[in-house]
Design a protein around this ligand. Sequence first.
Ligand code: GDP
Ligand code: IMO
Ligand code: MG
Length: 436
Amino acid sequence: MKLSKKLVILGAQWGDEGKGKIVDLLSADYEVVVRYQGGSNAGHTVMVNGQKFILHLLPTGILHTHTVGVIAQGMVVDLELLVEEIKDIESKGISVKDRLLISERAHLVLPYHKTLDALLEKKGKIGTTLRGIGPAYMLKHARKGIRVCDLWDKDRFYSLVKDNLELVEELCKKVYCESFEMKAEEVVEKTLENFEYIKHCVADASNYLLNTKKSILFEGAQGVLLDVDIGTYPYVTSSNSSALGLSAGTGLPPKFFSDAEFLGVSKAYATRVGEGPFPTELKDETGQLLRERGGEYGATTGRPRRCGWLDLVALRHAVNLNGLDGIVLTKLDVLDSFEEIKVCVAYKIEDKVVDTFPASVSLLEKAQPIYKSFEGWRKDTHGATSPEDLPEQALSYLRFIQEFTGVPVVMLSTSPERDKYIWLSYEERVGSSNIG
Ligand code: GDP
Ligand code: IMO
Ligand code: MG
């Protein structure tokens, strides 16, 4: 299968769709791999010959040693965790530091962002990862953020931290009546120690991306429904985790992406971590089964993920608003033993049938899913690598997903392992062969 020289991989649900596995697999054919939004809230799992890697800040494609990895300007970077992650991967025999670029315009996550995250959660729970992501973006947009380039000037860095700490202290004490104490000297010293380890990677990443002739894979973190503008606001992350974030997050002009291919990754069912509406959530035994069979526990926080049937109304929203060219469907194998499999094709909201994704969280909370039911295949597809291994019932399921969303399912994943996947050929996708 020939993919475009510029490829964008996005999560098409609420995150944890299996992007890590897919990006790892596809980055074998790309020279540059880029993360451009979010931070260590992400947890991207890759399994290679039974060895597990979980990436939080580094682009997943960095596991291929021929790639250049880029942490672009739209990310918020916790240097302490980044250094830990680099050391961890290097300890497994994969070099990182000599082929990593970090944008000088990326913002930093510092310890007080995490304090604020915890405090905000106490005052109104979103169920964040407590990695300081929201507060780092909050201060960025309030023009109080601190960027990687500020670390070159120690005095400037110190005074920026001091100002931030005064602000956070006032917020904590005067607004939230909570105690707060953190020493600027300690924050500065620790951060500069970590900076020393990666400072040779700091670069003008946008210019590098603009001028390189290499093939580039852009790795979205989180998922479209967690996007701050088109997700289930306010139960979202604080960045544009949809295609909307690409240009601002990389510093590349929108035109740059006109010849890019966009693929959205979706599970064959649905999960969500944290609070917020989830119309197809199953709070019963079936949901429990999905969690157990899918191993649905957070890669970053270990929290059990909420599980439910695939929501095609939400998936079509993701396809349309992101201009997706195709869907990569993961974890098909998790559905193997179900007798009946359902997909949501509309919602009933206050006696009205709606087949578009509502903006209002209060409407979404009231949405009752209207399901179409499929007979399960009750055959083992775990680890399948050929379209011939797919039972007829699974093919019907795929056919319906592509008809409903209007885009082809281009690839299937059937196990956590790197080499367990199926490309669906053009004929299969348009329906004249197996899937038709
Ligand atoms: P990401 O955040 O989108 O990269 O996804 P996570 O890594 O947080 O969660 C996806 C989980 O599903 C990981 O444990 C993967 O190893 C696992 N996984 C990915 N693809 C498949 C698949 O096709 N089948 C099964 N059974 N597990 C998968
Ligand atoms: P990957 O890249 C799933 C969720 C949190 C919470 C909300 C806000 O692995 O798919 P934040 O810490 O970002 O302020 O939390 O977003 N969330 C994720 N859920 N996968 C992720 O990343 C997520 N990153 C954030 O659970 O509901
Ligand atoms: Mg994840």
